[in-house]
Write a protein of this length. Structure first.
Length: 128
């Protein structure tokens, strides 16, 4: 392997590491500033996964009574959390638009990190 190839591979690796570290830092900053948005994203992801899993009729019969009670409790908890978070955000002067912007920024950071990592991997593979 030539010295140039070695340097190029190191350079691509270093760029990928720097992109990852930068994205990690920005994501951590966003999560620190907006933990409730991160919680909402996690809940939404969990709900999506649960909705995609198929149920069998035996599971429905066995789980239906507990699921009904759980759903009622969850509905009450969601209403209380929504009300409390709206009040708290309002008290802090934090708007929905700002929350959407922070979430959008976080998603962009994740997208940029994935793209930089993929580009670095492709570049390293090409130069090999």
């Amino acid at each position: 392997m030539t010295e140039d190839n070695r340097n190029n591979r190191r350079s691509a690796r270093q760029r990928a590491i720097e992109a990852y570290e930068g994205a990690e830092r920005r994501a951590t900053d966003t999560l620190t500033e907006s933990p409730l948005i991160a919680l909402a994203g996690g809940i939404a992801a969990g709900a999506l996964i649960a909705a995609l899993l198929p149920r069998t009729s035996a599971e429905e019969r066995a789980v239906r009574p507990a699921a009904r009670r759980l759903r009622q409790s969850a509905d009450a908890a969601v209403k209380a959390a929504r009300s409390t978070s709206k009040e708290r955000f309002s008290d802090l002067g934090f708007s929905r638009k700002e929350g959407e912007e922070k979430l959008s920024n976080l998603l962009q950071v994740l997208k940029d990190t994935a793209r930089a990592s993929a580009d670095a991997a492709v570049e390293a593979a090409r130069k090999r």
